[in-house]
Design a protein around this ligand. Structure first.
Ligand code: PEP
Length: 254
């Protein structure tokens, strides 16, 4: 089954709103007419509104990097899914390893966020991945299975089809080390099997699985050539519009 590829840029806590606006204008010039690949930019919260206006009438979509699981309430400093949806946010990154490790988010909290995003009509990009210690102890497959099972608890089959999964080995994020295309492909196939066990074959074939972890313009093509790698979640290399556009270009050539 042909899954439309998705290249997502995670800008993390980079770029003031004026810097983000300048990058967005450049991205629009470089990528506005691309229709065969889904393109997503996830800026800081402070730039979501202005980028929604810059990307209007282009095919570039907007994602958030996090959200709270409640719709509203006394949660100082938090932002909810309906607030994001209202300004045109289509996707939200959930369970990123920086949220898990720096901000102590666990699978239970991520599950509540996944459910809340789906209820608001936002597609979650659910990040899973093992640390280097877990990898060295040969626990990778158990860790991934457990993260998926817990984060998708009580998510219906119909909703599961709207999800994106990002396999992001923690040891590869921001380190310049990345999984080889073969390692990543094996893991992506394993993730598809877990989805099949949780739901069914059809759902497993529909869900897009992105690879993330030091994806750069010089290694993206070999990763994206693999049949079960449906795109990339790009951190550092997404900050420079021309480099990000180059990676998008690589996703277009099979
Ligand atoms: C990320 O932030 O999800 C990521 C993969 O970062 P980097 O590409 O910089 O490793």
């Amino acid at each position: 089954m042909a899954r439309k590829r998705l290249i997502a840029g995670n800008w993390k806590m980079h770029k003031t709103d004026s810097e983000a606006g300048e990058s967005a204008v450049n991205l629009k010039a470089l990528l506005a007419n691309i229709k065969d690949i889904d393109i997503l930019i996830c800026p800081a919260f402070t730039s979501l509104y202005s980028l929604a206006s810059i990307f209007r009438k282009t095919s570039i979509m907007l994602g958030a990097q996090n959200m709270h699981f409640e719709k509203e309430g006394a949660f100082t400093g938090e932002i909810s899914a309906p607030m994001l949806r209202d300004i045109g946010v289509a996707y939200v990154i959930l369970g990123h390893s920086e949220r898990r490790h720096i901000f102590n988010e666990d699978d239970n909290m991520i599950n509540r966020k996944v459910t809340a995003a789906l209820a608001a009509g936002i597609a979650p990009i659910l990040c899973i991945g093992e640390t280097s210690e877990q990898r060295n102890r040969n626990e990778t497959l158990d860790v991934l299975e457990s993260q998926l099972t817990r984060c998708l608890k009580d998510v219906s089959k119909a909703n599961a089809k709207k999800l994106i999964i990002a396999y992001e080995p923690v040891w590869a994020i921001g380190t310049g080390k990345n999984a080889t295309p073969e390692q990543a492909e094996d893991i992506h196939r394993f993730i598809r099997t877990i989805i099949e066990n949780l739901y069914d074959r059809n759902t497993a074939e529909i869900i897009r699985i992105l690879y993330g972890g030091s994806v750069k313009q010089f290694n993206a093509k070999a990763l994206l050539d693999k049949p079960d790698i449906d795109g990339a979640l790009v951190g550092g290399a997404s900050l420079e519009p021309a480099v990000f556009a180059e990676i998008v270009g690589m996703a277009r050539i099979k």
